[in-house]
Design a protein around this ligand. Structure first.
Ligand code: SF4
Ligand code: SF4
Ligand code: SF4
Ligand code: FES
Length: 946
């Protein structure tokens, strides 16, 4: 297996439908109008020498290496900037062109170090290749004149270096930063010979606006911008395509390897979600997989106050099975359960829920998706008929007005954000509904037309007010509603929406958003040719999360923005496989494919396939498992790849529940916070060590491919199989592909999915069945999946979490680009350099009245608890609102979140907590005792004995 090579066609593909025929070096080719001569030649197999061109970028035409002759035209035009024309006759190679190209290369090389043999890019350098391609053997100008060979390296970025002595000023990096990433961090300073690339105003990369996406590194044709891992380890020698294990964008990468070591991750141009782009996490933050903190030997202990004892896999599995059986024998079959992971593969998640339903004999299975997007599943299923987003990411290219609600894509879904920003630079309009001024509201070349900086907790009121304006001003798409929705339901809903309490004026009072702003935003969305809605956890993690999802779905139906490209309702999913874990039947009331456990037909399908009888009673959700633990009726829990002690709300409730259990089994890479309360630790394996699939936010199923042997000895799916067998279950698979075959055979929306299909197509979006053999990029075309779209009345009911004299501020939470969720992975990489601690953002006015200065330790207290962290003064948040991230365990942000949750799904209300902020001396009592317990409970045998 060698390196996967992707052809660089030099310029982007044309989307034109009209075709044009031309002759290149005597061969005829037909391509879409607008294709460049360079691309047409490459498609014929003729690589015209090039340096400044790349098919990831717009044509630039600066290096003059790609010259060609065109019959009937004067001179030697650049093939990268010359579009094809009907009947054109092109010559790419003759003596005159060769001489011109050699002259160009000679100039470049005369100002370039000749250390090719020891250069880190040796054998993978376009400049070196081009020197060879044009036959350059000597340089007439010598190397003694003015040059840049002594320019100083910038090694400030933890992942790549910038060596300006090797720069040929082709500008590919600058264009990649602008066009692909949309950050505009790089410039070309000066002109002519003195021109040079510079981050910001001659800043170091680390101090500049650069967000370390690596697009410039990938674009650079020389060793000027180069991954430090390549400099240290040498050029990779084989690769495999796999999928990022961080967020729900689902970028695919070539994992480029030497032996079993990753040298670098290169975004895959054929990846349908990312088209060759990535963010800092996926491209660079993979070092956690080999971090020294990783636990690779199973461990057990009788009590959580005991030190851990390392044991063999046989002993760990046998102990777990005997404990689970003992608990069930004593307390009944419902006394144990499992939690699946949105970080693990579809196949692994499917197995855990199968183990619980068929092996444990109950439906006590739940997932961390409960704490993020469960309202999406419920709300979209009720209104549209499917628990998932309606579009593919490419759809944003055709959106004219983009409405972003409660999402911060530049931090949370960066690659999609780059895509969205490109569309905005092309002229699409933007409405942002968010209490905080996110980067999307104002960033280089992007300014939101409307920012509705609402008071946290008032989403439903705002979305209903948008609908109110649209109906009252006659902007509804009545034809669409009559054609595709139930008109009577619509009429009932419309009369509710038209009630005065939904008017912009009434809503302005409670949300803090001026009525004019609401009206303007409503008109902009309703009158767009294509209006697209993207939303995130700022919508779902509320006591009214489901109501907001329903209100959003109503808004889209009201304006006919469903069922074609450029429109839709698109939840931006948090974790890499949160869509997949929901699809795979992780909830206690649903089998894979969202079929209720009480549905006899669905149950029979699984009973027949699995050869057991199954319970028709929904099982316990995570909060109910913890409650049941406290009252002594739920005592055993198998947790795969999930850290509920850190990610779930009301930490003290979680800790109480876990501490009351008799056998908590944690399967993970690291001793996470939940493992502090575990009796068995089963070492998990990283995405680099296993085969499987992830499903991203677009319902896109993509392969995860094993590039190294599991450091712990087993893939996560194999560990579940060992446990199932020890519990007496007859479960056997030779490879995850066989698990996918079972999913396909039992779940209609996956009917056609197989590893062979994924090999052939690269990826596929479910539903993928006889009606859509190669998947479904856009849902609900012509008709809703449920038949008619259903308008559901979703009234605004204020959360019970209220501010008052004791807790006058509202806390809302979010994440930042460099860190990922609870930080277990990213904190174990160089990404920690960008975010060493969680900070509390507070408006200068609120800080001043409390005597708080930037960087001060503050106590953040709510009705649930208190924690301490440092303050950051900023007007990104409005007065009365504070904001923090939750990436560091020491912060314990969830100690202060309450146990209020969504009325329909129990999704916790992370986004609204009434708090008070006061100066403090350092970590709170709870933090100190928690950290002490944490250190104590991580003792491993030999260390503890000392
Ligand atoms: S790493 Fe990304 S953001 Fe930074 S300069 Fe390069 S392209 Fe721009
Ligand atoms: S750093 Fe690389 S991509 Fe940027 S101008 Fe120099 S050679 Fe070109
Ligand atoms: S955007 Fe998400 S999927 Fe893509 S590289 Fe970044 S973390 Fe990974
Ligand atoms: S590749 Fe065409 S001008 Fe540089």
């Amino acid at each position: 297996m060698g390196l996967i090579q992707e052809i660089d066609y030099g310029t982007k593909a044309s989307n034109a439908t009209k075709l044009v025929s031309l002759r290149i070096d005597g061969q005829t080719i037909t391509v879409p109008e607008g294709t460049s001569v360079m691309r047409a030649a490459t498609e014929l197999g003729t690589q015209i020498p090039k340096l400044c061109a790349s098919d990831m970028l717009d044509s630039f035409g600066s290096c003059r290496l790609c010259l060609v002759e065109i019959e009937g035209r004067a001179g030697t035009p650049a093939s990268c900037t010359t579009p094809v024309a009907e009947g054109m006759v092109v010559h790419t190679q003759n003596a005159k062109l060769a001489k011109l190209r050699k002259g160009v290369m000679e100039l470049y090389i005369s100002d370039h170090p000749l250390d090719c043999l020891t250069c880190s890019a040796n054998s993978n350098c376009e400049l070196q290749d081009m020197a060879g391609a044009v036959g350059l053997r000597e340089v007439r100008y010598g190397y003694d004149g003015a040059n840049h060979l002594d320019a100083v390296k910038d090694v400030s970025n933890p992942y790549f270096q910038f060596d300006p002595s090797k720069c040929i000023v082709c500008s590919r990096c600058v264009r990649a930063c602008e066009e692909v990433q949309g950050t505009f961090a790089l410039t070309i300073d000066g002109s002519g010979f003195s021109s040079k690339v510079s981050p910001g105003i001659s800043e170091a990369f680390f101090d500049s606006e650069c967000v370390s996406c690596g697009a410039c590194v990938q674009a650079c044709p020389t060793a000027t911008l180069m991954e430090k891992s390549v400099i240290e380890m040498g050029q990779p020698e084989h690769s495999a395509v796999t999928t990022c294990a961080y967020c729900g964008v689902g970028c695919t990468f070539k994992a480029e390897m030497r032996g079993e070591e990753v040298v670098r991750m290169v975004p895959y141009k054929d990846g349908k979600a990312n088209h060759g782009h990535s963010c800092v996490k996926g491209r660079f933050a993979w070092g956690y997989a080999t971090h020294r903190d990783r636990i690779t030997t199973p461990m057990i202990r009788a009590k959580i106050t005991d030190p851990w004892r390392e044991v063999s896999w046989e002993e760990a599995i046998a102990y777990t099975a005997s404990e689970f059986k003992r608990i069930q024998a004593k307390h009944g079959k419902d006394s144990i359960g499992g939690i699946t992971s949105s970080r693990c593969t579809n196949e692994e998640t499917y197995l855990v829920q199968k183990l619980v339903r068929a092996g444990f004999g109950n439906n006590n299975v739940d997932t961390c998706a409960r704490v993020c997007h469960s309202p999406t599943g419920y709300g979209l299923s009720k209104t549209f008929g499917t628990s998932a987003g309606t579009q593919d990411f490419d759809s944003v290219d055709e959106a004219d007005t983009i409405l972003v609600i409660g999402a911060n894509p530049t931090d949370g879904h960066p690659v999609f954000a780059s895509r969205m920003k490109r569309r905005l630079r092309e002229g699409a309009k933007l409405i942002v509904v968010d209490p905080r001024r996110t980067d999307l509201v104002h960033s280089p070349h992007v300014n939101a037309d409307y920012h509705l900086a609402l008071k946290p907790g008032t989403n439903v009121a705002i979305v209903n007010a948008l609908s109110h304006v649209i109906i009252s001003e006659g902007l509804a798409d009545e034809a669409f509603i009559r054609d595709q929705c139930d008109w009577n339901e619509y009429a009932e809903w419309a009369s509710f929406i038209l009630q005065p309490h939904n008017s912009p004026e009434a809503v302005a009072k409670l949300s803090g958003v001026p009525a004019d702003t609401i009206r303007g935003a409503a008109r902009l969305y309703a009158t767009a040719r294509n209006g697209a809605i993207y939303y995130g956890l700022g919508v779902t993690e509320h006591s009214q999360g489901t109501s907001t999802v329903l209100a959003i779905a109503n808004l889209a139906m009201l304006t006919g923005n469903i069922g074609r490209k450029g429109v839709g309702v698109n939840p931006l999913r948090g974790q890499n496989n949160v869509q997949g874990s929901c699809d795979m039947g992780s909830f206690p009331h649903e089998f894979p494919g969202y079929r209720h456990v009480s549905n006899d037909t669905a149950r029979q399908i699984f009973e027949q396939d699995w050869g057991v009888s199954l319970s028709a009673e929904p099982g316990l959700r995570i909060p109910n498992m913890l409650d049941a633990a406290m009252d002594g009726s739920f005592l055993g829990l198998y947790i795969q790849g999930e850290d509920i002690a850190q990610s779930d709300p009301d930490t003290q409730h979680i800790v109480g529940g876990l501490s009351a259990m008799e056998c908590v089994v944690v399967q993970d890479l690291f001793l996470n916070e939940t493992a502090n309360y575990a009796h068995v630790f089963l070492p998990g394996c990283s995405f680099l060590e296993k085969d499987g699939t992830f499903t991203n936010a677009e319902r896109r199923i993509q392969r995860v491919r094993k590039v190294m042997s599991p450091k712990n000895g087993y893939g996560d799916w194999e560990i579940t199989l060992l446990l199932a067998k020890a519990m007496g279950m007859d479960m056997h698979y030779n490879h995850p592909s066989e698990i996918m075959d079972e999913i396909a055979r039992t779940t209609n929306s996956f009917q056609n999915v197989s590893y062979d299909l994924l090999e052939r197509l690269g990826s596929v979006q479910w539903p993928c069945n006889e009606l859509a053999p190669e998947g479904t990029p856009t849902m609900h075309i012509g008709a809703f999946v449920r038949g008619q779209g259903q308008f559901v009345i979703a009234d605004y009911i204020p959360t019970d979490e209220k501010t008052g004299p004791r807790f006058p501020l509202l806390l809302t939470t979010g994440r930042i680009l460099s860190q990922y969720n609870v930080g277990a992975q990213t904190r174990r990489t160089e990404n920690a350099q960008w975010h060493e601690e969680d900070l509390l953002e507070i408006h200068p006015h609120d800080a001043e009245v409390r005597g708080v200065k930037d960087g001060d330790w503050v106590k953040l207290a709510s009705r649930a608890g208190e924690t301490s962290l440092r303050a950051k003064l900023t007007d990104r948040v409005a007065p009365g609102v504070v904001y923090t991230t939750f990436h560091h365990p020491i912060t314990q942000a969830n100690v202060i979140t309450t146990d209020y949750s969504d009325w329909a799904t129990n999704c916790p209300e992370y986004k609204v907590t009434a708090v008070q902020v006061a100066l403090s001396n350092g970590p709170s009592e709870w933090q100190s005792s928690y950290m002490a317990h944490s250190a104590e409970s991580r003792r491993i045998g030999a260390i503890a004995a000392e």
